[in-house]
Design a binder for this molecule. Structure first.
Ligand code: GUN
Ligand code: ZN
Length: 652
């Protein structure tokens, strides 16, 4: 119990699970705030799972403790008995009441002891709610007290503990608080943010999440206190928030407001039955307006809960699809505050980069920050590095890595000097050899649909004298292969790329599909344009690249399993190439640098070994099954060898 297991991810966002005494939390998860007094709870706790699929809840231990009648019942029946809920129950400690009323009447030991006695699955340390307006000294004192109480709490309990991360708007304190919470907590609960959420101050929220991030242990859950608006779930998930909680569904309902991922709508103005959800199928919103006050409030609360639960499912699906940035950008149109928050997020690209996947299936432009996503920042800085010492680059038209163009494109001038070209893409200038790489190769933006687009532009060669025209395809193919290995492995890759590879091209699209060496298939080019090694290719990489490049070293107890094709678990990772990222291909080697298998990273190297459970590297090929599963080819838009690759996959 208590070890977080990561199953799928998209950047910092993760699908994972955590066992509690009352069942598993499957993250990202929304914990609706349930009032401990069943009479004051608009949607009875037992219905939450049945009607909305909400499998865990949070409630206030402080209100329970403070309210005569509730305290005795909770002591007698446990918190699950009091709520009538048998799934995981997290309890909060009362710090929020300190924010709301200026004080709490309970001490840290007493409220922790109470949470344990009533059988809370995740007890929260009584933190100091640090207001966003707090100065550095006050915030520092709040963090210090919170940490002290967390350490004392850890001494006396082996149960799951949520430890708040405070620090106000002071980045250094958020980081320190995150580091200290990671030492004692199972759930790292970022707090003191409700005032920011209420005022749509998403840039400030982004900045503090960015500041805290490097301090948050990767094997702990990250909770964000008070994230209740469905428009903000995708945004929070981008930063690696695994647990949302909120009473907003009820608060909004009380004020006659409906929450949608696209924004908030007041029931008063609704004249059209525009919502097609199952609750509206029973009773459209236009009818709900006519109900008596109490019933109306319940109906609205239910509606808000359904919308929230659906949006969490949507976020989970986006993580599985690798489209969370796109979803967050779509949702940001709900409020300019969210748009501003995304802009602050992309400015913090460095915290996203270690877990940013090597590639994704699609890159679809949604809004103003799309071209600034971490994947683009990384790509462009990698391009700049690749271009060093090369050039000058001559502009060339759109997407020309197809044989009919390469055949006629001079690669050297009459004096034998290399000619370089780059494609002016919406992301920036991309050298010809690299145009198929993610995100350039799958970029789908407005430009694709511009009627003004001309065909492939002829390069301007007026200042060079050219040799006689001859078929350049072979020369370009060699340059392309060399460029890809240099892209992946730097100078060592150049030497590898100069080996005599034979190339197999797709008959339909003309794209390079596989590289052969010594008669054996060694690399398969994936949809992202990167050469992925077969077992034979991995052997070639191992003999060409010095350790630790491209490698993950497997502990002795696991070598046999990995060599037989089993996944490499985090706890058996001994070391490796720290520049790899999730999705990278890696050589799995033993202590003597013998090749055991080829894998694809699930975890970032910084996370390996720190996660007690779960897979670090998925094995895709090993000695007995040396070929990775090839990716299916994209469906072409047209026929013929020069048909552009289909970039219109996915739904509108
Ligand atoms: N609920 C909303 N914000 C907070 C917070 O900062 N700490 C705690 N314990 N609960 C909260
Ligand atoms: Zn509806």
């Amino acid at each position: 119990m208590g070890d977080f297991e990561l199953l799928e991810r998209d950047g910092l966002a993760r699908i994972g699970r955590l066992s509690t005494p009352h069942g598993r939390l499957e993250t990202p998860v929304l914990l609706p705030v349930v009032h401990p007094d069943p009479a004051r709870q608009p949607v009875p706790a037992p219905e939450l799972r049945r009607k909305f699929g909400l499998s865990a809840v949070i409630t206030s231990s402080y209100i329970t403790w403070r309210t005569p009648g509730l305290r005795e019942r909770a002591e007698a029946e446990g918190i699950h008995g009091l709520l009538g809920f048998d799934g995981p129950v997290m309890t909060d400690s009362g710090a929020f009441q300190q924010h709301a009323y200026g004080h709490v009447e309970v001490g840290p030991e007493e409220i922790l002891g109470f949470q344990r006695r009533i059988g809370s699955d995740i007890a929260t340390v009584l933190d100091v709610f640090v207001e966003p307006s707090a100065d550095h000294a006050a915030a520092e004192a709040g963090v210090a007290t919170t940490t002290e109480r967390a350490r004392a709490a850890r001494e006396v309990t082996r149960g799951l503990l949520a430890v708040p991360v405070q620090g106000g708007l002071h980045g250094d304190l958020r980081y320190r608080s995150a580091v200290e919470a990671s030492e004692t907590g199972d759930v790292l609960a970022v707090g003191g943010v409700v005032p920011l959420l209420e005022q749509y101050r998403f840039p400030a929220l982004a900045q503090l999440l960015i500041a805290a991030r490097p301090g948050l242990a990767p094997d702990k859950l990250v909770h964000l206190f008070g994230t209740g608006h469905p428009a903000a779930f995708a945004f929070a998930a981008l930063f690696g928030v695994d647990v949302f909680d909120s009473s907003s569904y009820h608060k909004f309902a009380r004020r006659g407001n409906l929450m949608f991922p696209e924004g908030t709508v007041s029931l008063d103005g609704i004249r059209e039955p525009f919502c097609g959800c199952r609750l509206c199928g029973e009773l459209p919103l236009t009818e709900v307006a006519r109900l008596p006050a109490e019933e109306k409030e319940r109906r609205l609360a239910e509606h808000n809960l359904l919308v929230c639960a659906t949006e969490v499912a949507r976020v989970r699906q986006a993580i599985r699809d690798g489209t969370l940035w796109e979803l967050a950008e779509r949702r940001a149109t709900a409020h300019p505050g969210l748009l501003a928050g995304l802009r602050a997020a992309v400015r913090g690209a460095r915290v996203f980069l270690p877990t940013e996947p090597e590639s994704r299936r699609n890159f679809r432009v949604i809004g103003a920050t799309s071209g600034l996503r971490p994947s683009v920042i990384r790509f462009l800085s990698h391009v700049a590095r690749w271009k060093e010492g090369k050039g000058p680059f001559r502009p060339l038209g759109w997407r020309p890595l197809v044989p009919s163009i390469l055949r006629a494109l001079p690669s050297e001038d009459a004096g034998g000097a290399m000619l370089y070209y780059e494609v002016p893409t919406p992301l920036g200038g991309v050298p010809l050899e690299l145009t198929e790489l993610y995100p350039s190769g799958c970029y789908l933006g407005m430009e694709e649909f511009s009627e003004e687009r001309t065909g492939v532009a002829a390069p301007d060669l007026s200042d060079v004298s050219l040799p006689e025209a001859r078929d350049q395809l072979e020369v370009w193919t060699r340059r392309h292969v060399r460029a890809l290995f240099e892209w992946q492995h730097g100078a060592e890759g150049v030497t590898l790329g100069q080996r005599p590879f034979e190339v197999e091209r797709s008959r339909r699209t003309g794209r390079v599909r596989a590289l052969f060496h010594g008669g054996r298939r060694t690399f398969i080019l994936d949809f992202d344009g990167l050469p992925r090694p077969t077992f034979a290719g991995a052997e070639l990489l191992r003999s060409s690249l010095a350790p630790p490049r491209a490698r993950i070293r497997v502990a002795a107890d696991a070598t046999e399993f990995v060599a037989a094709g089993r996944s490499l678990f985090s706890k058996f990772v001994e070391g490796g190439d720290s520049s790899l990222v999730p999705g990278s291909s890696a050589l799995l080697v033993d202590g003597a640098d013998r090749l055991l298998a080829v894998g694809r990273l699930v975890l970032a190297p910084v996370e390996m070994g720190r996660m007690a459970r779960g897979v670090a590297v998925r094995v895709v090929a090993h000695a007995k099954a040396p070929e990775p599963m090839p990716e299916p080819e994209p469906t072409p838009l047209g026929e013929g060898e020069d048909a552009p690759p289909d970039r219109s996959t996915g739904q509108l």
